[in-house]
Ligand binder design. Sequence first.
Ligand code: LLP
Length: 428
Amino acid sequence: MDHFSYEHGALRCEGVAVADVAATVGTPCYVYSAGTLAEHHRRTRDAFAALDPLICYSVKSCGNLGVLRTLTALGSGMDVVSGGELFRARAAGCPPERIVYAGVGKRDDEIAAALDAGIHLLNVESEQEFENIARIARGRGATCRCALRINPDVDPRTHRFTTTGTKETKFGVDIERARAFFRAHGRDPHARLVGLHLHIGSPVTSTDPYVQAVTKALALREELLRDGFEVSVLDVGGGFAADYETGRSPAASDYARAIVPLLEPAVRAGLRIVLEPGRSIAANAGILLTRVQYVKTSGDRTFAICDAGMNALLRPSHYDAFHFIWPAAPGPGFAPHERTREPGMPGLVTVDVVGPLCETGDYLALDRRLPPPARGDLLAVFTAGAYGMSMASRYNSSPLPAEVLVSGEAFTVVRRRETYEDLVAHER
Ligand code: LLP
């Protein structure tokens, strides 16, 4: 699953004791494992090898340059969603021919940057957006490759905030409109419509929604091919799950078993597949380290008040998401055997793990079974590599956490902790 494990009572990331990272860098701090990133990339590549896909890691999940450089060096492409993410992908050295760009509201300057970079694919979400891309491309004497994002109206059975492939969401165009779209724009000489794009939601914890969505996309493609259009790319998007609890989510190989047979014939006949995994690569590759500042009881509740809250990791309060939390040095008898909501061991207490901010919604976990917490304990919040730092904020003028990348026995600070001067630098 990942390279975070307890050895002799202490949590290690690969060959590094995370307590040493906290002692050097301070808390809150994100710690990423390069070995885990590499392993998850390899597992995805191997699982889908029969399709030889272009794997475009979804930068929004964790866009730290150290992470992007690690994945670029492994041959990964990048899925970007803004001019800022395009800039990051380029700054990390990702070749433009491995970059795909989705996003419902691309501005003119962002489109121009994508055209100038010569990226692989612009994923288009609306008729107006396509017309705008074509206009900008024409004005620059450029050509670009576009895929039309279709909304297959498939329920991914995930949180409503991250459901993106049902018809009441803002994403893509429905299949009926897609036919008309190709008829209207399928032969534009500047913005060349060469494919279809899907992204149905995140995380999608069963394989069946992919089967439904891909089946619909392939049927549409057949029709479009019959009408003489080029549909040489199918971007299946991201959404593969991560192991927030040990062994509860499908692995890359499970998704591949369901999807590959559907796509293989078309791939043999020349279709190029793109995948955009984010969470399944980055989530288990990162933890958030936070220090317990105080422990207090109030009525029947015990609070462990930490130096990280919703500012550092928004997912628990925003999505009611579960992240396993455990002390980095849990003491004798408390080594966790698995990451689960109900660790079955004697001596645990029920704790609300909360942050320092001025809101009741500022928590990392409620009613959590933990070894009795004490002031000064170092806690690890697991499976925090995806949508952790990338959704962090400076609310309450909290400087953003530091980020550290571990590789083997060594760790590197890949983002230094912000200072108070950083907080006001753009206001001076
Ligand atoms: N491709 C597109 C077009 C996307 O919109 C996304 C994620 C991905 C790929 C990557 O999905 P992944 O493989 O990471 O599931 N903040 C939420 C997740 C939002 C995902 C948005 N789009 C969370 O913390 O759960």
